[in-house]
Design a binder for this molecule. Structure first.
Ligand code: SF4
Length: 161
């Protein structure tokens, strides 16, 4: 997926705003509170990050990706993201999640535990609505795409800068 580097720069600027930082921090707190209430069982311990084998996909927005990207201690290169794509995994999967503190909301919400009450989907929908509103408030173009395709675009933009 090719994304104009100017769009990526705009997402990164938006992610650095006070509004984005406070909104995303609040969402993370709300997700953590709901997880504490629901107490889902993690039965596969990180295997959901091996997307293809687990049958799971992670989609998120450009602004969410920018928020995580700007906080990575080490950013993956485009070839590292390509290697993860070929392996069917997240590039940050290394035993467990190597970027646990800055993982996106979708990673915080998803558990492979059964969800009979539908709390995960309701929470995911509410968070997504808030992130979409954040895009609108900050004038950041809304794009919703698969995690690794967004990371590849960020890596390519960084390599070209
Ligand atoms: S960022 Fe971490 S939790 Fe999210 S898919 Fe990647 S390895 Fe898994």
């Amino acid at each position: 997926m090719v994304i104009d580097p100017a769009v990526i720069a705009g997402w990164r600027a938006a992610a650095a705003s006070i509004d984005a930082q406070s909104t995303i921090a609040r969402l993370h707190d709300e997700i953590a509170a709901e997880v504490r209430v629901q107490r889902p069982l993690c039965v596969s311990s990180g295997r959901c990050c091996g997307f293809e084998a687990h049958g799971h996909q992670l989609y998120l927005t450009g602004l969410e990706t920018a928020w995580t990207w700007s906080r990575l201690a080490r950013r993956p290169s485009a070839s590292e993201v390509d290697a993860a794509l070929a392996a069917g995994t997240c590039p940050f999967l290394s035993g467990g999640c190597s970027v646990h503190a800055v993982r996106p909301p979708g990673c915080r919400i998803y558990f492979c535990d059964r969800d009979p009450a539908g709390w995960q989907s309701a929470l995911a929908e509410r968070c997504h609505h808030e992130i979409r509103s954040l895009h609108d408030r900050l004038g950041a173009p809304y794009r919703y795409a698969e995690w690794r395709s967004l990371l590849a675009a960020f890596a390519a933009a960084e390599a070209a800068s």
